[in-house]
Design a protein around this ligand. Structure first.
Ligand SMILES: O=c1[nH]c(=O)c2ncn([C@@H]3O[C@H](COP(=O)(O)OP(=O)(O)OP(=O)(O)O)[C@@H](O)[C@H]3O)c2[nH]1
Ligand SMILES: [Mg+2]
Length: 197
């Protein structure tokens, strides 16, 4: 089986990458699976693409193999697209999913416009070549409270367009058919297959 390293420590993302790439005959390895300590990457970018590039290129330079990275987050229209690139650390540096989603619910308290979207930027860094970028989005709205147990991050408060349940209430296969991440991966598939053959 072909192998691909994804430069992430987020196990929620890893589970989704693993499911989606297995359909393409690709085995996924994350930073959590590697024995050698990897360089720490500070997410200093102002866009999802910049942060994905930093993560992918740092690890690809270090390992000298192709590396994929994902920088993603939630944009809430009534909050001027916040939390955006700060989604993981919205309520503090400790990256607490529960506190992050409570902060979004608090800030939206009493606000009618609950439109939001998930964004996923993927960067594929290939040593000696230009990095390749793809982006996927998923439109939806923020629920009035938390519903459901599956998924990760803001899934319990995000209702995708055309649905009445949150991502955390839907089976993971259903989320993976329409999510920002799956859309970005579909766009990236040919580039990944090219470098892995
Ligand atoms: O409900 C969610 N469903 C998703 O599908 C999803 N995708 C991203 N997010 C949120 O956005 C942050 C990304 O930040 P992020 O890209 O910096 O990742 P991270 O710091 O968690 O891991 P790493 O990949 O950087 O190692 C994450 O922590 C999550 O809070 C999601 N929430
Ligand atoms: Mg991060």
């Amino acid at each position: 089986m072909k192998k691909l390293i994804v430069a992430t420590k987020n196990q929620g993302k890893v589970n989704e990458f693993r499911d989606m790439f297995s359909k393409y005959g690709i085995e996924t390895y994350s930073l959590n699976d590697l024995d050698t300590p990897m360089p720490d990457v500070e997410e200093t970018g102002t866009t999802f693409e910049e942060n994905a590039q930093l993560k992918a290129e740092t690890i690809a330079d270090f390992l000298q193999v192709p590396v994929l990275a994902d920088d993603s987050g939630l944009e809430v229209d009534a909050l001027n697209k916040r939390p955006g690139v700060f989604s993981a650390r919205f309520a503090g540096e400790e990256k607490d999913d529960q506190r992050n989603l409570e902060k979004v619910l608090d800030e939206l308290n009493g606000i009618e416009n609950r439109e939001a979207r998930f964004v996923c930027a993927l960067a594929l860094a290939i040593p000696g070549k230009e990095t390749i970028f793809e982006r996927g989005t998923c439109e939806g709205r923020i629920a009035t409270k938390s519903f459901g147990e599956s998924g990760f991050g803001y899934d319990p408060i995000f209702i995708p367009k055309g649905y009445e349940e949150t991502f955390a209430q839907l089976p993971s296969e259903e989320k993976n058919q329409m999510s920002h991440r799956s859309r970005a991966i579909q766009q990236m598939e040919t580039s990944i297959q090219d470098i892995l053959t």
